[in-house]
Ligand binder design. Structure first.
Ligand SMILES: [Zn+2]
Length: 402
C-alpha cells in the first residue's frame, strides 16, 4: 500500500510555505523484508524466475505491452543481491531488473522478445535452510493470449499505480516564483552508469538537493522537488508535479553517458518537435524509455513515446524555456564544467512537455568521461554546478539583474 506520507513525499516544499494536506501518518517502521537471491532457471519447456525472501512476499503480478513485459510488485524490499540495471538474458527472459518503485512498493520487471504466459505463481514456505521462495514459471504463448492477459491484469496494474499527484493541495500562491527541481531517474531506474559504477540517479538527486537548498535560501522562490529520495516517478508524474503547483520553471537534472570516453561537457536541452541533431534525438528517445524500464504502461499515457505534438500555447512556453537555457549555459561555463560541443540542443523529451511551464533538461556532463564523472561525484563539483543553475534562475527571473 502507498501511504499518505509516500504520496506527499514527492512534492515537498522547501521554501517554508506550508502545504495544507491534512493529517499525515508517519511512515511506519515495519520489519523489513530482505531478498537474498534472484535467479532464473532454464528448463526445456519453461523459464522459472525465483526470488528468495526473508518474509512472506505479498505480490501483485500483471502484464504490459510494447514491449512484452511481466511486472511483479511486492512490499518494499531490501535487496541483499547486487544492484542491477538489467540482468542478461536467459531462457525466455530477455532481461530483468528490480528495485524500489516507490515507498512501500518494490518492483521486478521482466522483458520478453515474444508473448509469454505465467503457468504457475508459487510461494514456498521456509524449509531446508532456505527462506521463503517465490517463483513463477513462464512459457511461450500466442500474441492474442498475451493481449488478453494484459487486459485481464489491468485492474491489478491500476491497484499498483500511485494516486495522481494532483491530489496534493496546491501551493498557497504568493508573490514568489515556483520552481520545480526534478532529479532524473530514481528507484528501479538507475539512469546512466558511470565508469566507476556510479548511478546517474544518485548524482542527479545530489545536485537537485543542493540546488533546492540554494534556491530556498534565497527566500525569493517556492521550491518543489519531484523526488527527494531514491524512488521512481513516471515522466507524466514529473510533468504533473510542475503543472499542479503551477510552476514558473521546471528544471530536470541529468548526466549523460555515451560510447565515446573522450566526449565531455554540459548540454542544455529544450523541447522541440524535431530534434536539433541525431545525438539529441537518441538521448530524448532513451530518456523517454524511463517508463518502460520501470514497468509503466504507456497505453495509459496521454501521448506516445514518438509522437510529441506541440500546440500553440506550448510554443510560447518553449520560447521561455529557450530564454532560460540561454541564461543557464554561460553560468555553467563559469562553474568550471566544460560545455558540450553544442551547448544548447533540442528534441522531443516527454519530461519537458508541460504546455504551460517553461522547462529545461540539463545534462550536467558525461559519466562515460572520467573527468566529468570525477566532477559530478565530488561535493565541490556538485555544489558549483548547483550554484550555476541557481544563478541562472536569478537572472531569468530578474532577481539579480544580468
Ligand atoms: Zn538521465
Amino acid at each position: 500500500m502507498i501511504g499518505l506520507a509516500g504520496l506527499f513525499r514527492s512534492v515537498q516544499l522547501l521554501a517554508g510555505v506550508l502545504l495544507v494536506i491534512g493529517t499525515l501518518t508517519s511512515a511506519a517502521v515495519a520489519a523489513r523484508t530482505t531478498v537474498t537471491d534472484v535467479r532464473l532457471g532454464i528448463h526445456a519447456d519453461k523459464t522459472r524466475f525465483v526470488m528468495e525472501v526473508s518474509e512472506k512476499p505479498d505480490f501483485r503480478l500483471f502484464y504490459l505491452n510494447n514491449p512484452y513485459r511481466i511486472v511483479i510488485d511486492m512490499q518494499e524490499l531490501d535487496w541483499e543481491v547486487p544492484d542491477s540495471k538489467g540482468r542478461t538474458s536467459a531462457g525466455l527472459v530477455q532481461q530483468y531488473r528490480y528495485g524500489l518503485f516507490r515507498r512501500g512498493t518494490s518492483r521486478v520487471v521482466l522483458d520478453f522478445k515474444q508473448p509469454v504466459k505465467v503457468l504457475k505463481q508459487v510461494i514456498l514456505p521456509p524449509g531446508e535452510g532456505k527462506p521463503y521462495r517465490f517463483f513463477i514459471d513462464i512459457q511461450k504463448t500466442s500474441d492474442g493470449e498475451f493481449q488478453q492477459a494484459v487486459e485481464a491484469s489491468r485492474n491489478v496494474q491500476l491497484a499498483s499505480l500511485p494516486k495522481e499527484t494532483k491530489t496534493v493541495a496546491e501551493i498557497i500562491k504568493n508573490q514568489k516564483h515556483t520552481i520545480v527541481v526534478d532529479a532524473g531517474h530514481g528507484g528501479i531506474d538507475p539512469g546512466a552508469i558511470g565508469k566507476s559504477g556510479v548511478h546517474e540517479k544518485k548524482l542527479t538527486l545530489a545536485v537537485a538537493q543542493r540546488l533546492a537548498r540554494i534556491l530556498k535560501s534565497r527566500g525569493d522562490y517556492n521550491v518543489v522537488m519531484t523526488r527527494d529520495d531514491d524512488t521512481f516517478l513516471s515522466l507524466k508524474e514529473r510533468v504533473n508535479v510542475a503543472r499542479n503547483v503551477k510552476a514558473d520553471l521546471f528544471i530536470s537534472v541529468h548526466a549523460d553517458s555515451i560510447g565515446r570516453a573522450d566526449v565531455r561537457g554540459s548540454t542544455v536541452y529544450t523541447l522541440s518537435e524535431t530534434a536539433s541533431d541525431k545525438e539529441a534525438e537518441a538521448l530524448a528517445s532513451s530518456h523517454n524509455k524511463s517508463d518502460i524500464i520501470a514497468g509503466v504502461d504507456l497505453d495509459e499515457q496521454d501521448d506516445t513515446v514518438q509522437g510529441i505534438l506541440i500546440d500553440l500555447a506550448q510554443r510560447e512556453t518553449m520560447n521561455f524555456s529557450v530564454k532560460f537555457a540561454k541564461y543557464l549555459i554561460p553560468e555553467i561555463a563559469q562553474s568550471g564544467m566544460k560545455l558540450g560541443s553544442r551547448s544548447h540542443r533540442f528534441a522531443g523529451f516527454r519530461v519537458l512537455k508541460a504546455p504551460d511551464v517553461p522547462s529545461v533538461l540539463v545534462e550536467l556532463g558525461y559519466l562515460s568521461n572520467r573527468q566529468d564523472e570525477k566532477i559530478l561525484k565530488s561535493d565541490n563539483g556538485q555544489e558549483k554546478l548547483a550554484r550555476s543553475i541557481a544563478a541562472a534562475v536569478d537572472k531569468y527571473f530578474g532577481t539579480i539583474k544580468p
